[in-house]
Design a protein around this ligand. Structure first.
Ligand code: NDP
Length: 332
């Protein structure tokens, strides 16, 4: 089988030269293990951080070892009482076509209730990130204005829709006209701004006549800077991500406009979804409920074929994905 290893620590934007396809044996399960076939691989911006050396909230990838991320897989052979052939499971698994895993490294997903890939997106890590970051830190109230960057991505698109469910006015920021139309026409955002063609500060000022109460930060950098002067008193800023800086050799310093936080008594708080692991059940149930009621929509950008996994990952930094980016490796 084919596996994908990280062979260099990327300098700046990763390239194909940082990755290598390596043939490896499939292996066979021992007692308490199962052999699974990879169905979907999740590609995520945070994986870029794990490609750097140094301490973070999650271990860096090791060079010359197989990369990993959230994966949906199907059991091919089981030596565990907990799983049978054909079960569909999720786990943090290698970027490879088959894996032999311990029974406690995976859990079953119900792919009859929702398509299997949804457990990587709206019902999975990115949906939960949106749910907890927005509701626990952002705390939007009815009639307030919520701005979200990275708005057409996996996390951002769910943030905006939950904010609408809570009765807020929602303004999204994203990087193409197609994404802007999607946010307004499909997801019901009140306004959306293309940061590549518009002056973000001016457009926000026009589209947020009552100021900004919640800014859900996914991208950082200049977009984050443009929001701060428009904050209302006691605004909340869940800091979820800073993708604009992930490929920069020099770290962004900031926020560069702290004065705006002081004079508005605003709260800016970073978080990782893992902080909320004890409440994942609550979040997943709420998201599934909204999904079944038709209040929550989601989109996926599916790249076909294991050989294109690295492409799908690199495409995140060019904004090629609408909604969650996943790679389809095999059929269920
Ligand atoms: P997305 O689906 O949003 O994909 C990434 C998107 O980022 C791209 O589609 C692109 O959209 C945008 N982007 C890329 N480069 C830039 C740039 N230089 N400036 C502005 N936007 C850019 O990914 P996710 O929804 O999975 O993640 C969104 C953010 O949330 C990331 O920062 C990620 O690290 C973070 N995150 C944090 C978690 C946590 O626990 N704190 C958990 C999960 C995600 P566009 O066309 O608009 O440019």
């Amino acid at each position: 089988q084919n596996t994908i290893q990280l062979i260099n620590r990327p300098k700046g934007t990763p390239t194909h030269d940082d990755f290598k396809f390596v043939e490896a044996p499939i292996g066979s399960p021992e007692q308490g293990q199962v052999l699974v076939r990879t169905v979907y691989i999740s590609v995520d911006p945070y994986l870029r951080g794990r490609m750097n050396e140094g301490k973070s909230y999650i271990e860096p990838f090791k060079l010359d070892e197989v990369l990993s991320s959230a994966v949906i897989a199907q059991v091919e052979e089981s030596k565990s009482d907990r799983f049978s052939k054909g079960d569909v499971v999720i786990g943090s698994l290698g970027w490879q076509e088959y894996s032999v895993v311990k029974e406690n490294e995976i859990r079953k997903v119900d792919h009859k209730q929702a398509p299997a890939s949804a457990y990587l997106s709206v019902l999975g890590m990115t949906g939960l990130t949106a749910y907890f970051g927005l509701l626990d830190i952002g705390k939007p109230k009815e009639g307030e204005t919520v701005v979200v960057s990275g708005a057409a991505g996996a996390v951002g698109s769910v943030v905006g829709q939950i904010a609408k469910i809570k009765g807020a006015r929602v303004v999204g920021i994203a990087g193409s006209d197609e994404k802007i139309s999607y946010l307004k026409d499909e997801l019901g955002f009140d306004a959306a701004i293309n940061y590549k063609t518009e002056n973000v500060y001016k457009a926000l000022k026009e589209n947020c006549p009552d100021g900004i109460d919640v800014y859900f930060e996914n991208v950082g950098g200049e977009i984050g800077d443009a929001v701060l002067p428009l904050l209302n008193n006691f605004a909340r800023i869940p800091v979820c991500g800073a993708i604009s800086g992930y490929n920069k050799a020099e770290r962004d310093m900031g926020p560069r406009v702290q004065g705006y936080l002081i004079k508005t008594s605003s709260l800016m708080q970073g978080f990782t979804v893992g902080n909320y692991s004890s409440r994942f059940k609550e979040g997943a149930e709420a998201l599934a409920g909204w999904l079944s009621e038709g209040k929550l929509k989601y989109e996926e950008t599916v790249t076909e074929g294991f050989d294109h996994t690295v492409d799908a990952f690199l495409d995140l930094f060019e904004g090629k994905n609408l909604g969650k980016a996943v790679v389809k490796v095999s059929e269920i």
